[in-house]
Design a protein around this ligand. Structure first.
Ligand code: SAH
Length: 240
């Protein structure tokens, strides 16, 4: 191929980052990690590498893929949203995870936060109250090869007692008050990161110590509300 044509082809390839094929979003993802995550002070290498690895564009509706690495939340259907990348990283860092940790997430949504957690901790349990979201997240996570995540369709206010206690709990919808059953399901030394409030919400870090529960306000946030289940108690528990 003549040199000019090769250069032209390379230029076209570079200008069309989002067409198809393997991981055309690699550079968008690297830029997200450096500008939104590292530049804002996240230092945990495991989180930086997880955010650089998980294909966020596959967790958003196809029509929004080109915006997947932008600095804001995106709609995922049913009135719900996938959190802004920085908030995912921030909450993960606040949970101070160890590789051996068992983690409960409330609000599976797209499954993105669960995938980030699964890159860092040992076992992830995630509960979603909207069945089609639970089903599609479970299928997506299985398709991507995550074997250490279980997704359940159910009410997060109940927690997941069969798998408690948890070393960490990450709540990605905002309750009006800290749900008591979740605090009960924290292991000693366990951390819960939870947005609390309605119009004005604050992200809290709750820690269970041998002397009781401590509560620290981290930053003001904006999450979708954590809704109450409508009595459909016996919902399916299935693996991916
Ligand atoms: N972590 C998600 C973001 C989820 S948005 C992600 O990475 O994409 C919050 C999610 O919490 C929504 O999907 C919403 O349906 C769910 N939710 C709200 N109330 C809930 C409850 N009581 N139990 C479980 N999930 C709940």
């Amino acid at each position: 191929m003549p040199r000019a044509l090769i250069l032209f082809s390379l230029a076209v390839a570079a200008a069309l980052p989002a067409c198809s094929g393997a991981d055309d979003y690699g550079s968008a993802r690297r830029s997200m990690v450096s500008r939104q995550i590292i530049a804002r002070g996240v230092t945990d290498q495991r989180i930086i590498s997880a955010m650089g690895h998980v294909p966020r564009h596959l967790f958003v509706p196809a029509s929004l893929r080109r915006m997947a690495y932008e600095d804001h939340p995106l709609p995922i259907g049913y009135g719900q949203t996938i959190s802004q990348p920085y908030i995912v990283a921030y909450m993960t860092e606040a949970a101070d995870l160890k590789p051996t940790d068992r983690v409960l997430e409330i609000g599976t949504g797209s499954g993105y936060q669960a995938a980030v957690l699964a890159e860092i901790a040992d076992e992830i349990y995630s509960i979603e109250i909207i069945k089609p979201l639970a089903d599609s997240a479970r299928a997506k996570l299985a398709e991507l090869g995550y074997k250490n995540i279980k997704v359940k369709w159910g009410d997060g206010y109940e927690g997941w007692p069969e798998h408690a206690p948890f070393d960490a709990i990450i709540v990605t919808a905002a309750p009006a008050e800290i749900p008591g059953k979740l605090t009960e399901q924290l292991a000693e030394g366990g951390r819960m990161v939870v947005p609390v409030g309605s119009v004005f919400q604050e992200l809290y870090l709750i820690t269970r110590t041998d002397r009781g529960i401590t509560k620290k306000a981290l930053l003001p946030v904006r999450f979708v509300p954590m809704v109450r289940g409508a009595g459909e108690a016996e919902k399916g528990e299935d693996g991916p």
